[in-house]
Design a protein. Sequence first.
Length: 418
Amino acid sequence: MRTKLISLMAATAISIPTVLVAEEVKVLSIVTNRAGEVEYIDRVEKAFEAANPGVDVIVEYMDDESFKVKLPTLLQSKGKPDLFFSFSGGLVAEQASQGVLRDITDYAESTGCAAMHGEGGKNAYSVDGKLYGLPMYASNVALWYNKRLAAEAGINPEEIKTWDDFLGQVETAKASGIPPVIIGAKDKWPVMFYHAMLADRIMGPDGYAKAVAGEDGGFASEAWVETARQLKRLGDLEPFQPGYLDTTYDKTQTLFGDQKGIFMLMGEWLVSAQRATATDGKGMTNEEIGVVSFPVVEGGAGNPKATYGGMNGWLVSAGASDTAVDFLCHYVGTENQTEAGGLGFFLPMAIGADELVEDSHNKWSAARLGESSGHTVFDQNLNPAIAAVQLDIAVDLISGAVSPEDAQDLMEEERQLQ
């Protein structure tokens, strides 16, 4: 039993009973819209508390954007969480350098916790060989589409192999009067997915690394400008739903579930999220949704089997107790992650946790990850300041607010400031 003891005796011989106060483990998570996941987390929490009398696990949820804005301040406060959700990427290194994370390398190895996870997942939460957290699930971003609306628009997304194929089908769909593409430009990152995936298809896996190093003109190289040109081609078709610049990501889940457009570029979590957020409370079944990999760009150096997505998990804040780390290990351990995979919430990262995955779309994504020639994790460890510029220019490119050349100059200028 781990408890904090608060003595009520103060320099006196009077015997006053000691009060046992529950040891709190504070967890800060993003909101999950996957049906049944909150109840699953509650079961995991209660099981840990039952096995550890005197421990109280408190989980708080924030929407994505509030989480990103408030987290830096929270981590510097007395009320900081012990564990907090992390999209991995370049921010992990920045947080480690700020001293707001706990190095759990030795503790996780001594308890056997680290052995439940592969090196790829642990590397996403490590900096200079020190482990600061653990992965929970991977994600695979692809083009999801509404089969019924695609048929009504006279297109067959299964025939999409190249970027030109995709743009051609978008143009055909628009002519039918059905909005071809649903996108949440207000939150920016859904648009950035297009920019980042086009960059991978055009330049291959070294595109980001060379640009960060300032090689061949950095982010203003001809290859990066070509990436911007291709994204602008999509925007020039004006293929998005009405009001897309003021539409949040959360709203797009509902729009997709309500069948208000054909395509949506997103991770596999969209399938369950649209069911949870659809106006009718049901959304579309797996059979009503199709999916294809992001198309190649003709003449590009990228591998068509390369994947893009997230490596999501948890970080441990500085000063967090061993009990907090124990809960993290319990939460993302093989047993609980196997259950999560079987329930179709996500693609679990714990070793051996994928044996119960039955959801057809999750199986498709798992297969793509399994055959991947390389998995790019969202911002590819970009400096957060450069990543912020990428978010801005992606939206400006599809709205016609900036030229491809000027957009990439902005990214390169920010790189040179770092």
